[in-house]
Ligand binder design. Structure first.
Ligand code: FES
Length: 168
């Protein structure tokens, strides 16, 4: 899927095409597309006047960046020992049933990406699920639907607002 390079240009211009702002600039690009598309990285390199490899190295070095398409909301489920014995795998299975994705995958509507981790450092709350930095502890499969509905409703609300504005 192609991307709007004008959106990338706007971000580059915001930083005055300054090479020293590379990381901030890449963070903004990721906020825009939820990952770092190859076209965007090449555009950044071209406009900043640096080799492509330099931009790719920065993108690969920081864990916060993703080079693979990612959904708007990042869902992380802990499968560390403490969470696993408390039913972490059932959480992953239930997410799979609801969103039709496996770990590492993104929903077709690009709303959610599912990833696994080994420990989030809050084992007493296990099993733990995190959505965009919000922690949901003591998760049970029956609660998951409600959590996702909240994010989906938020999205519908945003779309309705945009639609209403377009109709005015
Ligand atoms: S094992 Fe899940 S938070 Fe530590």
């Amino acid at each position: 899927m192609g991307i709007e390079l004008t959106q990338v240009d706007t971000i580059i211009d915001k930083y005055g095409a300054d090479q020293r702002a590379l990381i901030s600039l890449l963070l903004d690009v990721q906020d825009q597309f939820y990952y770092l598309p190859q076209d965007a990285l090449e555009r950044v390199a071209e406009k900043l006047g640096v080799p492509d490899i330099q931009v790719y190295q920065a993108a690969r070095f920081y864990k916060a960046f993703s080079l693979k398409p990612r959904g708007k909301h990042l869902v992380t489920v802990c499968l560390g020992t403490a969470c696993h014995v408390r039913g972490g795998a059932r959480i992953v299975e239930q997410i799979g049933r609801l969103l039709h994705i496996l770990p590492g995958e993104t929903t077709e509507d690009r709303l959610f990406t599912l990833q696994m981790v080994n420990c989030l450092g809050c084992c007493a709350l296990g099993p733990v699920m995190v959505v965009d930095g919000t922690y949901y502890g003591n998760m049970v499969a029956s609660k998951i639907d409600r959590v996702f509905k909240k994010y989906q409703a938020l999205e519908t609300g945003v779309r309705d607002t945009v639609q209403e504005a377009a109709n005015e």
